[in-house]
Write a protein that binds this ligand. Structure first.
Ligand SMILES: Nc1ncnc2c1ncn2[C@@H]1O[C@H](COP(=O)(O)OP(=O)(O)O)[C@@H](O)[C@H]1O
Ligand SMILES: [Mg+2]
Length: 260
């Protein structure tokens, strides 16, 4: 039986909250479970390609080509990776993130019309922090939102701002969009501020939406330098363990949302 891909957008308007680390490692976890996974990197920093050891040639098609030329086929920008079931549409590092103008449904239509939603079980979209047309395209293409956040003093405010954007998209162009989960990054439960920020966010968005979290682990940074998901670079390290647990929790939440 074939069914349509779950499309998860990984987003937080703040930079450095673990969006890319989470996108790459969650994608690798689900691929290792045997799901067909497509990771799309919408941030022109292009770090997903680094993390999965893909080096697109200059002028090679990327996700950004979709917004730069008519008649472009997204399928031409899909790269297989060294890991079974795991595919990447990379970013163009020369793309300049611009305004919020433009058709917000371009990506959603391309994924559907080119049959990518049939070909994969899971599509994960890593996003730039800017509130631009690319982010709007990601939010209009996705059904589920995953928000990684570092549990510092101001992160609650940032998540509330993001929630307003999500609400606007869900009450306008994409009524299917739902908050899947919140993921504390570099979490240390011994630190009072981490506990109070995480508890505050849980209280506001629902306890069931708070994932167990990712501890600080330098191996997560190192694995990017070694161009591998952490589960391949250092199996059994804290980061690999935490992402494996969190991938299971995400799988359960997806199932729960779909059975409602
Ligand atoms: N759990 C973690 N432990 C240690 N370092 C981390 C962890 N998560 C992310 N990092 C590091 O923090 C930086 C920002 O992470 P990144 O995933 O690039 O964030 P974003 O995509 O939101 O900007 C990177 O250098 C990354 O290696
Ligand atoms: Mg990033």
């Amino acid at each position: 039986m074939s069914s349509l891909a779950e499309i998860i957008v990984v987003t937080n308007r703040k930079g450095g909250t673990g969006k890319t680390t989470t996108s790459v490692n969650i994608a690798a976890e689900f691929a290792a479970q045997g799901q067909r996974v497509l990771l799309i990197d919408m941030d022109s920093q292009g770090h997903c390609a680094v993390g999965l050891d893909i080096a697109p040639a200059k002028d090679a098609p990327t996700i950004h080509s979709l917004f730069q030329s008519d008649g472009f086929r997204l399928t031409d920008a899909v790269y297989p990776t060294a890991w079974p079931n795991l595919y990447l549409i990379p970013a163009n590092p020369l793309f300049e993130h611009g305004s919020g103008d433009g058709d917000p449904t371009r990506l959603a239509r391309a994924l559907r019309e080119e049959g990518l939603t049939d070909r994969y079980d899971l599509i994960i979209i890593d996003t730039p922090p800017s509130l631009d047309n690319l982010l709007m395209n990601a939010l209009c293409a996705a059904g589920r939102v995953l928000v990684p956040f570092v549990p510092h003093h101001l992160s609650g405010e940032g998540i509330r701002n993001l929630a307003r954007v999500l609400f606007k998209v869900a009450s306008g162009p994409n009524p299917d969009l739902k908050l899947l989960a919140l993921l504390p990054i570099m979490l240390d439960r011994r630190i009072g501020q981490h506990r109070s920020v995480t508890d505050g966010v849980s209280h506001q968005f629902g306890k069931g939406r708070m994932l167990s979290g990712i501890r600080t682990d330098i191996k997560l940074a190192e694995s990017f330098a070694h161009r591998q998901p952490v589960r391949a670079y250092m199996p059994g390290c804290r980061g690999a363990e935490d992402y494996a647990v969190v991938a299971c929790e995400i799988g359960e939440r997806l199932a729960a949302l779909n059975n409602r």
